[in-house]
Structures are given as structure tokens and as C-alpha cells.
Design a protein around this ligand. Structure first.
Ligand code: 2HG
Ligand code: ZN
Length: 505
């Protein structure tokens, strides 16, 4: 596609970005038409900041192509002019991954108009969705065909397929079905020169070398613009049970997980840890919520068990397993939803933690993983160290214990303003990231690197990993126009670093 376009600027050197030239903006406006191009500050405003309001950027225009072909044309024109693009879906990034920087050099490339479900094949168990399809829309479309797409998260009403692919999203069913990496069959994407990579093949086996689909999953838009994905479906839920268990410790939560796995196997789909501190925030800030248990417990776990067959309901086995957990003293109390409405209420207590925490005040957010076995001990020791070193802070660690991933968020001392996050909050983050790295874990289990963790990745990642990431980025996007300033820390040396020379002798 890029070949068809006359270049706007003949030579673009990496790192030599400039504000988008008027000539380019005029061409983009002509190509996309009034529905696909806006330079109106009012249209741009909501997309210049992230969900938490932590990052604020600038952009001269919002580009909203309606097809992969239009995306190719946009990328080709911008590549020729050396103008960077920041791709955006639902703008739900937790790490500033979809927010442009403050220079105004970049243009926002919104995929929201590309919102068609191209096909949904119940026999093949595959759905081909364009990048702008909202996750909940796919859930509903799959359900209408007796199928489901088994990935869900709190932002399902606005998160889009392109963003979920590009961030290798996880959510609350990873325990059973894995992250996007396991659920994406293939992608279609526009590469940095404007050409179209069609990887939507339904083939189960394909060994033609590098797996470009997997390379683009989790690449945060730094290598290509994902325009569509084929996604694996599973049978719809036949019956489900949602239970809320109260426990004395995080170690007991791990015992409960192993107990349930031994008793009822892989029907356990979600296993979400909620400390009392997080539940209290939800009850205080989210209207219409109520305590799930008669007496509060220090820790809680939300368990969901699902069967595709209504007759083979998971109810009895889960009831039995929870009863024996009570008898063994693994749990202190349990509430089991007796209707879909009650199940929804329990899930709401879990899914609104982020929102409640945001209302509570500033927090240093960490999205970490260690092994499942390590997590209870790690959380307890790390929380003690953080709260001792930074008096007045409060650790609120919750989430996906079954995956060895918790959101180890640290609330600022009472009365601290929003600037706490960039002051003492960064020292807190350095400590948390040092501790998790020391334990062999990851500083980003789920939300990605974006701009928030770029410095920390540069500080803590294995040099070989960083060199390989930079080499891949340079090979595919030599002019650096794809979502600059995200995910790939810049090399401190000149373009040909030692490490890159070693990789490409
Ligand atoms: C969740 O699991 C999300 O609820 C958000 O990943 C976590 O707000 C957070 O830190
Ligand atoms: Zn999460």
C-alpha cells in the first residue's frame, strides 16, 4: 500500500520527529473525510489523557479510519513524513500506553470506527473481529450463537479487541483459559511502512518461521497497528456458581485454591483475592454495594466455577468442596450466590476495586507477578517493608492470585495530594519493583509497560532482553513512528549499540 503513495518528505532519520506538517494534515483529511479526521480540540480532548488522569498529552489531529485499507494509507502517509502515530482503542490503559506525549508531534490513530465482527463461526469456534469491537459486544454476539469468548475484565464495556491484543490482556479467567496470547488465533495488522500483514489464517498448524501474530500480541502498538484478530471461542456457560469465601490469611487463600483444584479440577475459572482493605473501599465508595459476609474477614476470595452443560452443574461439587474447606479451617465463612443477580453483586465487589481506589485518593500502582506458591509470603513481607519504610502508606494488594499476579497498590498517606505519586510514590515503586525482581518475578504481569514503567524496565530488565527488544523495534520500525516512548526503552548509546551489533554481526 505504501508504494502507491507519493512521499511527503523524502528522508526521515530516526529520532528526527517534527510537528505534523500542514501538507500532511491536508492529505490525511482528504483521505479520511470528515468522519475520519478531526482537528477540533473538543473532539480530541477526551483522548489526550488516560483513564486515571495521570498522563496528559497533545496531538494535532484525531484520525479515525474505517477500514484496514484506510489505516494502511494513514500509516503510509505518516511514515513518509516521519510523523508518529499513537494507536488507541477504548483508552483504558493503566500505564499511559495510549496517551501521546506533550510535544504534539504525534497524531492519534483511533481504531474505534473499525467495529465490525467480520464473522462468527460456531462450528469452527472462531470470531474475526475488527480492532474497534468492544469486548462486551463480542461477549454478547458469541452468546447469541451458544458460544463465549472467555476473557473478561472490569473495563469490558469500553476495552476494544485491538487494545486487548496489543497489551496481551489478562483479566479474571486467565486461570482456566490463559491471556490473549492463548486466545488469539491470528491477527491482521498494518506494518510501519503501510503494508498489510494478513495473519488471520484459521490454520491450527503453521510452521512458516517467526510467529508474527505472537510478536504483535503485547507489542503495545510499537511494531504495527492491529486492525483485526481471529479469536478462539468456547461453549457458552451452561451453569455457574459464584462464591465469596472469608479467610484469615493470604496463605489460606493459596490452600483454598489447591483444595478446590484437587476436589473439582478445572471447572474453577476465577480465583480473585480481595483483602478487607479493598472491600472496605468498595463498600465506602460504590453505591448499592453491601458486605457479602455477616462478619468481615481479613481476606476474601471470589471463586467462580463454570460448566458448559446445564445438567452437569458445578454447584454440588463446589458446595461440597467449600464445605470441606470450612471443616478443615481453610476458610472462615462463605456466601454462595443463589441467583444470577447475586452472582453479579459479588462480581461487582471485585470489579469496582480500581474505581473505589481511584476515588479514595492517590496510589502508587504495581502490577506484579511471582509464582503462585511464592505470592502469599511475598505479599506479606513486601507489605510490611513498604509500610515501615513509608509511614502512613497502606498496601492494598488484590486480584489474580490463581495466576500469581496481584495489583500491589500502595495508597498514599492521608491528606497527600496527587503529586505524591510522582514524588514519594516513585520511591515506593522502586522498592516494590526491586523486591519483586529480587524474587524472580515481573514488574508487569498484566497491564504492560506503556510510558509508566519504561524507566523501570530499563533499570531492571536483563540487558539481553532489552537489546533484543530494541533490535526488533529497529528492524520493523526504523523511523520510530509507532507509539514512540512506550514499551521499548531508548538505547543510551548511538543507534548501533554494542548489543545490537552483537545480535546482527
Ligand atoms: C483489575 O484486575 C485491573 O481489576 C485493575 O487489572 C487493577 O486498578 C488496578 O490496579
Ligand atoms: Zn487485573
Amino acid at each position: 500500500m505504501a508504494d502507491e503513495l507519493a512521499p511527503v518528505a523524502a528522508f526521515v532519520m530516526p529520532g528526527m520527529m517534527s510537528s505534523p506538517p500542514q501538507e500532511l494534515l491536508g492529505r490525511l483529511a482528504d483521505r479520511l473525510g470528515p468522519k475520519g479526521y478531526s482537528a477540533d480540540p473538543a473532539d480530541l480532548a477526551p483522548w489526550l489523557t488516560d483513564w486515571r488522569g495521570r498522563y496528559r498529552g497533545q496531538a494535532a489531529a484525531l484520525l479515525s479510519p474505517a477500514s484496514a485499507e484506510e489505516v494502511g494509507a494513514v500509516v503510509g502517509l505518516c511514515a513518509a513524513a516521519g510523523v508518529p502515530l499513537v494507536p488507541q482503542g477504548g483508552n483504558t490503559s493503566m500505564v499511559g500506553g495510549a496517551t501521546p506525549d506533550s510535544t504534539g508531534d504525534a497524531l492519534i490513530l483511533s481504531l474505534r470506527r473499525m467495529n465490525a465482527i467480520r464473522s462468527l463461526d460456531r462450528e469452527a469456534n472462531l470470531a474475526v473481529c475488527e480492532a474497534g469491537v468492544v469486548l462486551e459486544t463480542l461477549h454478547n454476539a458469541a452468546l447469541a450463537e451458544g458460544r463465549r469468548f472467555p476473557l473478561s475484565l472490569a473495563a469490558k464495556g469500553s476495552a476494544t479487541i485491538g487494545g486487548l491484543v496489543s497489551t496481551n490482556a489478562g483479566g479474571t479467567q486467565v486461570l482456566r483459559f490463559g491471556t490473549m496470547r492463548s486466545l488469539v488465533q491470528g491477527v491482521e495488522a498494518v506494518l510501519p511502512d503501510g503494508s498489510l500483514f494478513n495473519g488471520l489464517s484459521p490454520l491450527k498448524k503453521d510452521n512458516r518461521g517467526y510467529n508474527l501474530t505472537q510478536l504483535l500480541i503485547g507489542a503495545e502498538g510499537t511494531l504495527a497497528i492491529v486492525t483485526a484478530a481471529s479469536l478462539k471461542l468456547v461453549p457458552a456457560v451452561g451453569s455457574r456458581v459464584v462464591a465469596w469465601a472469608g479467610l484469615a490469611s493470604a496463605a489460606d487463600a493459596l490452600r483454598l485454591l489447591r483444595h478446590l483444584e484437587a476436589a473439582i479440577g478445572d471447572v474453577v475459572e476465577s480465583f480473585e483475592l480481595v483483602p478487607r482493605t479493598a472491600l472496605d473501599l468498595v463498600l465506602a465508595h460504590v453505591p448499592g454495594t453491601r458486605p457479602p459476609l455477616a462478619e468481615p474477614t481479613p481476606w476474601n476470595v471470589l471463586v467462580e466455577a463454570v460448566s458448559p452443560i446445564a445438567a452437569a452443574s458445578p454447584e454440588k461439587p463446589l458446595y461440597g468442596a467449600l464445605r470441606s474447606a470450612l471443616e478443615l479451617g481453610i476458610i472462615q465463612d462463605v456466601a454462595i450466590a443463589s441467583s444470577e443477580a447475586q452472582a453479579g453483586e459479588l462480581w461487582r465487589l471485585r470489579e469496582t476495586i480500581s474505581e473505589a481506589e481511584r476515588q479514595h485518593g492517590p496510589a502508587a500502582k504495581h502490577d506484579i507477578s511471582v509464582t503462585v506458591e511464592q505470592m502469599p509470603g511475598f505479599m506479606t513481607a513486601a507489605a510490611m517493608e513498604v509500610e515501615e519504610r513509608f509511614p502512613g502508606t497502606q498496601v492494598i494488594a488484590f486480584g489474580h492470585l490463581g495466576d500469581g499476579n496481584v495489583h500491589f497498590n500502595v495508597a498514599a498517606p492521608r491528606g497527600a495530594g496527587p503529586d505524591w505519586v510522582d514524588g514519594e510514590g516513585t520511591e515506593v515503586s522502586v522498592l516494590v519493583h526491586d523486591l519483586v525482581t529480587g524474587a524472580g518475578g515481573s514488574i508487569s504481569a498484566e497491564h504492560g509497560i506503556g510510558q509508566m514503567k519504561l524507566g523501570e524496565l530499563a533499570r531492571l530488565a536483563d540487558p539481553a532482553r532489552l537489546a533484543a527488544m530494541r533490535a526488533i523495534k529497529h528492524a520493523l520500525d526504523p523511523a520510530g513512528i509507532m507509539n514512540p516512548g512506550k514499551l521499548v526503552p531508548p538505547a543510551d548509546g548511538p543507534a548501533g549499540s554494542l548489543a545490537r551489533e552483537r545480535l546482527n554481526p
